[in-house]
Every structure is written in structure tokens, then in C-alpha cells.
Design a protein around this ligand. Structure first.
Ligand SMILES: C[S@@+](CC[C@H](N)C(=O)[O-])C[C@H]1O[C@@H](n2cnc3c(N)ncnc32)[C@H](O)[C@@H]1O
Length: 284
């Protein structure tokens, strides 16, 4: 592009260059990049003919070129908002998805505002679920585990940046919390069958950590741990909620046999079965 480029010309150029993402997404991403360059929507609306600086132009061109290589914009810009929190993300950690906010809402609906319960998030990634719960229910003790040291490092940095005290622990499945008790357990574990994994968009396949998406040959691997070991970690009447693959919803629910109670599948806003909840039996 030439050096005298207006805000609106840059927006138009980027929208065109990002057309491969689809019209709505291209516009949204172009606006998002403008914002990252320090050009707010308000500034764009009030002064569309203002000239972008050479530094802003060069940065925009670099971002668009990386995006054309199918690198997720969240990794390029280094952040993603989740449940009102601004989270740092980067290679090594899954970009939190909007539907996972629905999982957080379901869990929060089960935790009264002032209780000092213990809450576990297994497979925390960027810390998204754990941090959102701690932000909304500060009296709770929130513990979060992940097998990936890279993910845990980012989760810890997010906790520090947001001033939210979550106890992040490295380890496989529920091993880091063996012998402990929680009133609530939540998890968005890897669940994509290997055969489906290879069909994912290049953004996901080439850039996001495989370990965060597919558990390998057995897509129900993590749910088996939640259904078996998880049961022993829940207090009487305790609540479990997890995200799942809609095509495996029934198979996942079938793992939660007695003494699990109130095993329910829930649809997301698109009407697909994406969540499971269950309760540990109450004390007799
Ligand atoms: C689908 S991502 C979810 C990340 C985050 N909770 C979210 O919703 O954005 C699954 C996470 O589980 C972690 N994970 C995969 N296998 C695991 C295992 N065996 N034990 C513990 N964590 C595991 C991955 O590293 C990844 O961070």
C-alpha cells in the first residue's frame, strides 16, 4: 500500500485481504486489528479520512500477512476476551471458545454468591474457566490442573495479571488433586476423535496444541477419569459439569453410572448437545 492511507482505506484493504475467513469474520477481524493499532471504532467513525502512521501501516501489513498464513488472530495479537476477562494466549494454549462461557454460566448458577466452596477446573489451558469462576465467586478456593507446562505458565501469568488467586497445578488428569475434596468440578477436556481432528481448519490444526484438542485413540479418555476418580473427589451432593462433543454426548453420559445422580445433557445456544452435568450422591 502507499504511505498516505486513511483509516477507512486501511479497513477496506484489510477486509479484502481477510476475505478467506468469510465476509462477517473478515470485517470483524479488520476492526479488531484497527483497535490493536490504537484506532478505536469511535475514532474511525469520527474521522475516517485521518491518515494512519507509517508504523501502524507496517504493523497492519505484518498482521495481515501472518493471518493469511492462517495463524489465528488471537495468537498474533496475543489475547482473547473470555467472560469479560482479557486473557493472554499464545501457541501452547487453546484459544478459549465462546461456547465455554456457557459452561461457566451453568457452573456459576450452582454456586451461591458468598459460599467458600472448593472448585476444581481440570485441563485449564489459559485458565479461562478457573479465572472466570474466581472473578465471579471470590470467596471460593479455585484449583486448576493441566498436563501442559506451557499452558500452565500462561494460565499463571493470566492469574497474576488479573489479580485472581487460582491454585494452578501441573499433572495428568486428577493426579494433582488426589485425596482432596471439592464441591464443584468443571472441565473442558480434549474430546475430538482423531479422525475428526485431521479435518479441522488450518488455524486449529497448524497452530493450536494437538494435546488440547484430541486425547488420541480414545476420545472419552478424560471423561473416564472424571466419571471414576472424579466421583471420589466430590463432596456429597457435589456438582460436576463438562463440555463435550455433541456426537459423543450419549456415549459420554453413559460413563456416569450410579452412584452418579441427575446425569443431564444440555444444549448450547445453537441447540447442539455440548454439556453434561451430574451430581454426587447426597450423604445418607
Ligand atoms: C480443550 S482444552 C481446554 C482449555 C480451557 N479449559 C478452555 O476451556 O479454554 C483442554 C486442556 O486439557 C489439557 N489436557 C489434555 N490432556 C490432559 C491430561 N491428560 N491431564 C490434564 N490436562 C490435560 C490440555 O493441555 C488443554 O489445556
Amino acid at each position: 500500500m502507499t504511505t498516505h492511507v486513511s483509516y477507512s482505506e486501511l479497513l477496506h484493504f484489510m477486509t479484502q485481504q481477510l476475505a478467506f475467513t468469510g465476509p462477517d469474520e473478515a470485517t470483524a477481524e479488520a476492526h479488531w486489528i484497527l483497535q490493536a493499532l490504537g484506532i478505536s471504532r469511535l475514532a474511525l467513525r469520527l474521522n475516517p479520512q485521518a491518515t494512519v502512521s507509517p508504523e501502524q501501516l507496517s504493523r497492519a501489513e505484518t498482521i495481515v500477512a501472518r493471518r493469511q498464513q492462517r495463524e489465528p488472530l488471537q495468537y498474533i495479537l496475543g489475547n482473547q476476551s473470555f467472560f469479560g476477562l482479557e486473557l493472554q494466549v499464545g501457541p501452547g494454549v487453546l484459544i478459549p471458545r465462546p461456547e465455554t462461557e456457557e459452561l461457566v454460566e451453568r457452573v456459576l448458577a450452582q454456586i451461591p454468591k458468598t459460599v467458600a466452596w472448593r472448585v476444581l477446573d481440570m485441563g485449564t489451558g489459559s485458565g479461562a474457566i478457573a479465572l472466570a469462576i474466581k472473578a465471579e465467586r471470590p470467596a471460593c478456593t479455585v484449583v486448576a490442573t493441566d498436563i501442559s507446562p506451557e499452558a500452565l505458565q500462561i494460565a499463571q501469568a493470566n492469574g497474576q495479571a488479573l489479580g485472581l488467586d487460582v491454585d494452578f497445578r501441573l499433572g495428568n488428569l486428577l493426579e494433582p488433586v488426589c485425596g482432596e475434596t471439592f464441591q464443584v468440578m468443571v472441565s473442558n477436556p480434549p474430546y475430538i476423535p482423531e479422525a475428526d481432528y485431521v479435518l479441522l481448519d488450518p488455524e486449529v490444526l497448524q497452530y493450536e496444541p494437538r494435546q488440547a484438542l484430541t486425547p488420541g485413540a480414545d476420545p472419552l479418555f478424560c471423561y473416564r477419569a472424571l466419571a471414576q476418580e472424579g466421583r471420589d473427589l466430590l463432596a456429597p451432593g457435589g456438582y460436576l459439569a463438562c463440555e463435550l462433543d455433541s456426537q459423543l454426548a450419549v456415549a459420554t453420559a453413559a460413563l456416569f453410572i450410579a452412584p452418579w445422580q441427575e446425569v443431564l445433557l444440555h444444549a448450547d445456544l445453537q441447540g447442539r448437545l455440548r454439556f453434561l452435568s451430574a451430581r454426587a450422591p447426597a450423604e445418607v
